[in-house]
Design a protein. Structure first.
Lengths: 323, 295, 327
């Protein structure tokens, strides 16, 4: 198990290094880094200072190491707009995005797996068929439009929920979490559901097809022949088998909705990374874009690592080298 | 047993596909949408981007109201007084065109690269697949977003961004299918004829890898359309001169809070209908073309 | 023997599959019985309905199959009318089943001990510790070395033969009155097959467990069973004591089957084959299903044959049993 972990960590590191080279190439080698990282409105003296600090007058390969060192210490240049270190800006907003994405994913999994199992066990029933057609409908919905409609119906017309923004936060380990306050929850519900609809549909379909593919397999018959309870057959024998692809997709989807949160955050004015990045793209605030990219890549690496570890826990064939 | 001998693969495909009434209906709706999109500019009562036809005094009228000059605005007007129905017809065309072009190009490039990788093998294959893995490790949305951040706005740029964020999926599927096909006997036979590699790849290998690719391509077109709409909604996609459905929806954003829902609602509905019908068709295609599900 | 002495009596069992293409009469009026400690072979080709017969007994037939007629009397009780919960309490404890596919009989993502202990706990109120002890003893019984360590392993870490032994151990755990084995050794190589046959036979004799061994391989039956039923196209065409059937087969199909065994053929000559192919169960002809392939068929065979008993204890479903061929 440890060898497996070490190997995965090495792979992570390799990809991180490669990504850093790509970002470096994108920012520094293509186009003038002076324009990219330094505010065009800065004074000449400021420009000189920044050039010195970021080492933009050194040879390319040296610049790469300076870039790495700066990135690791959180120094990628200041945001043009906010005039503060770009990395700090991104990292400040990270918890809000993480909270939103995690809640969306929880909705998708906690609702999706039971619904998918039901649809898989009774595919011909009315409920089963409506779950399946409903899921196609769900992942066809354009997220941003649904968000707008949700605000319209629940906030404007019915006045049940607040329109935008994040609610009160409670500090846990120094990070603000709005899940634990009622006000926070009210603000969180709509964006979380909005963001979670697409992964919900995917999880339902995956679970349903997984159940349908697993039920005819011989070990299910054998389990039934042993006379064990039908609930155990489904929730232990079948579920554990289909969890593996579900975990993989959930991991991938988590990364996707972390990125896609951009849209939901814009609509609901949720103060996360997403809103920041859109503004930065429109305003050409490039240091923030670079910082966002690096932080996002880092988070994706961690997600992939966690998925791999979960994978090896769930499938003994991977762990013990059977496959 | 009368039909078993006379059935061609196409015949069988059509009869399998039409087993699902829902899919047939969806296909019908889709054809309708495509027709409307193609002939939009002739069908629409107004050219919403011709300033002489638009009257600011007609702005923000709810659906079904009558305008200054007596024209009925069936779906209402937007903040500038443009007829929403016409705007949707124009927008539909742009959204579809961008989605289909980027989807087809991604399919073409991805499939060719995947099949070449499978056929040539060795370092070329490894290089292609490592690149594919790198791209697949990141969400398409993110790739498209960052590319547009670097490239700026514009139709070609959006198509390029969508294309780059999608080719990898096709490449992987094409390579997987090609690896399986490659082992089949007819490829050996063709190689015995000493045909040039290029011909083997394009005339023989590629066409037989098509079934799984067709399913993915259909789903991907829907995805590309949604992706473009999302990007345009955020303001980083198509420019204002090429108003897609996403842009129309974002135009209506500011009016939501005052209850003027129609400006965002109807373009979104058009988008939804398009996407749902594509996905329903794709779902039935997958059921029909997937050998594992065939009883 | 009266019904009450028999472990299992199957009367006129009919299991049909209601598919989109039509009704498949997989099991069409099957009758047999088996007593305690006896071994019965159920022989037939693929598609003859032998597996479905086994599954019908424990109500494990999947949709769109349904048992549409007949009685299944197990230790005096008709299983057919029972609810799902009642049948569940019989499965694994009174009637156990073993299947063919050694790769997939055991759940690949669960440990062996989990899979054995759950079979015990479903029917007995014992602690986990006690269950483990019983599991160790069961594995030892079927000849698995170092059972205690092996319990913590996963199925893929066992060879095919070992996995099948584990399945047999699980089947015998709760000391059932009847075991139904559906081609359990078909996927194993011949030497392992011989071992497993021998061990299963020994265990059944020791404990007085009745065993129904479903197979397509006559040679297996020859060495193993007391009684044999030959199935064809959903019906039992011949049944009787194994020596009687093998020495004096009366039904043309059985004769053909025995004749097809390679060792029966003279060296150098082409192997004997029964001409023709199994009919599609969707479209069975009226009358005898073997009509098309039978060398001795005539006009009479277009009617439904009846079951006759030309020799005591030896039943044939045919108009022309080959009584005359033997002295």
């Amino acid at each position: 198990m440890t060898i497996f972990l070490i190997r995965r960590l090495m792979q992570c590191l390799a990809v991180l290094i490669m990504m850093s080279i790509l970002v470096f190439a994108g920012v520094f080698a293509i186009g003038n880094p002076v324009d990219v990282l330094i505010n065009p409105e800065a004074t000449l003296a400021e420009k000189e200072r920044t050039i010195q600090k970021l080492g933009l007058d050194r040879p390319l390969w040296e610049q790469y190491f300076i870039f790495l060192r700066n990135a690791l210490s959180g120094e990628l240049g200041n945001s043009f707009v906010h005039n503060r270190p770009a990395i700090k800006l991104i990292v400040e907003r990270l918890p809000a995005t993480l909270e939103l994405s995690t809640c969306a994913m929880l909705i998708a999994v906690l609702l999706g797996i039971p619904l998918g199992i039901w649809a898989g066990l009774r595919p011909a029933s009315v409920f089963g068929r409506s779950i399946m057609s409903g899921s196609i409908f769900c992942f066809s919905l354009p997220t941003f439009w649904v968000g707008l409609m949700m605000i319209l119906i629940f906030a404007v017309k019915l006045n049940w929920l607040p329109t935008t923004g994040r609610g009160e936060t409670v500090g846990i380990l120094g990070i603000g979490v709005s899940l634990l306050t009622l006000n926070g929850l009210k603000h969180l519900i709509m964006p979380a559901i909005n963001l979670g609809l697409y992964p919900l549909a995917l999880v339902i379909r995956l679970t349903c097809s997984g159940v349908q593919e697993t039920l005819p397999l011989e070990f299910v018959k054998f389990a039934k022949a042993k006379g064990i309870k039908p609930q155990r057959v489904i929730f232990v024998h079948v579920l554990k088998n289909i969890l593996i692809p579900i975990v993989t997709v959930v991991g991938l989807q988590f990364a996707v909705i972390l990125a896609f949160a951009v849209v939901t955050e814009s609509i609901f004015a949720w103060p996360g990374m997403g809103k920041l990045i859109i503004d930065s793209i429109i305003l050409l605030d490039r240091p923030v874009i670079v910082a966002y990219l690096l932080v996002t890549v880092f988070v994706f690496m961690i997600i992939n690592l966690v998925v791999d570890i979960l994978y090896s826990i769930l499938d003994p064939r991977v762990r013990l080298g059977g496959l | 047993m009368a039909s078993s001998i006379a059935e061609t693969p196409i015949h069988r495909f059509v009869s399998d596909f039409t087993e699902s009434k829902v899919a047939v209906f969806a296909l019908f709706v889709l054809c309708l949408v495509i027709t409307i999109a193609l002939f939009g500019s002739w069908l629409s009562p107004q050219n919403p981007y011709d300033l002489t036809q638009v009257d600011i005094l007609d702005a923000k009228l709810p659906p079904g109201s009558e305008g200054i000059r007596g024209t009925i605005y069936w779906l209402g007007t937007d903040g500038q007084g443009r007829d929403l129905l016409s705007a949707i017809l124009y927008g539909l065309r742009i959204s579809l065109v961008v989605g289909v072009i980027s989807g087809s190009l991604a399919l073409a490039i991805g499939a060719v690269l995947g099949v070449i990788g499978a056929q040539v093998g060795g370092k070329v294959d490894a290089l292609i697949m490592r690149t594919v893995d790198l791209f697949l490790g990141f969400p398409s949305f993110l790739i498209a977003l960052i590319l547009l951040a670097l490239l700026g706005r514009g139709v070609e740029k959006v198509i390029i961004a969508l294309l780059i964020s999608q080719w990898a999926n096709f490449a992987r599927i094409a390579r997987g299918a090609a690896v399986v096909e490659r082992e089949k006997e007819y490829i050996d036979a063709v190689r015995c004829l000493a045909l040039p590699r290029r011909r083997i790849v394009f005339r023989h290998l590629l066409p037989n890898c098509l079934p799984p690719l067709i399913v993915v391509a259909t789903v991907n077109v829907a995805f590309a359309i949604t992706l473009e709409a999302s990007l345009s909604f955020l303001g980083v996609g198509l420019p204002i001169t090429e108003p897609s459905l996403g842009l129309l929806i974002s135009n209506g954003y500011e009016y939501i809070l005052s209850g003027r829902y129609w400006i965002s609602f109807f373009p979104g509905l058009a988008l939804l209908i398009t996407i749902v019908s594509i996905n329903l068709v794709a779902d039935q295609l997958r059921n029909v073309l997937n050998p594992r599900l065939q009883k | 023997m009266s019904t009450n002495d028999k472990t299992l009596v199957v009367e006129d069992l009919k299991t049909y599959f209601f598919t989109k293409a039509g009704i498949v009469k997989a099991v069409d009026g099957v009758n047999f019985s088996i007593g305690p400690g006896k071994i019965m072979g159920l022989v037939g080709e693929s598609g003859s309905g032998k597996s479905v017969t086994g599954l019908s007994i424990v109500a494990l037939v999947d949709e769109p199959g349904k048992i549409v007629g007949g009685r299944i009397i197990f230790c005096g009780q008709d299983l057919k009318g029972l609810s799902e919960e009642q049948i569940r309490q019989i499965r694994g404890v009174h009637i156990s089943m073993i299947f063919q596919d050694v790769m997939m009989t055991l759940n690949p993502v669960l440990r062996i001990d989990t899979q054995i202990v759950e079979a015990l706990k479903a029917h007995n109120n014992i602690s986990h510790h006690e269950a483990i002890e019983l599991a160790v003893a069961a594995l030892y019984q079927v000849g698995i070395p170092t059972p205690r360590e092996r319990l913590k392993a996963y199925p893929h870490q066992f060879s095919g033969g070992m996995r099948q032994r584990v399945a047999i151990a699980i089947a015998m755990l709760n000391e059932p009155e009847l075991i139904i084995a559906d081609e359990p050794t078909t996927a194993l190589d011949v030497t392992i097959q011989a071992q497993i046959l021998y061990e299963t036979q020994k265990l059944c004799r020791e404990r007085g467990t009745a065993l129904i061994w479903i197979t397509h391989d006559l040679t297996v039956i020859a060495g193993l069973a007391d009684y044999v039923c030959v199935m064809y196209a959903g019906k039992i065409v011949e049944q009787g004591e194994v020596n009687e059937i093998l020495d004096r087969p009366l039904h043309p199909y059985t004769i053909g089957l025995i004749g097809s065994v390679p060792s029966r053929n003279t060296r150098g000559k082409p192997l004997y084959q029964i001409p023709g192919m199994t009919p599609s169960l969707l479209n069975l002809p009226s009358g005898c299903a073997f009509y098309e392939r039978c060398a001795f068929a005539d006009q009479a065979c277009l009617e439904e044959p009846c079951v006759t008993e030309p020799v005591e204890g030896h039943f044939v479903y045919c108009f022309h049993p080959h009584v005359k061929s033997y002295p």
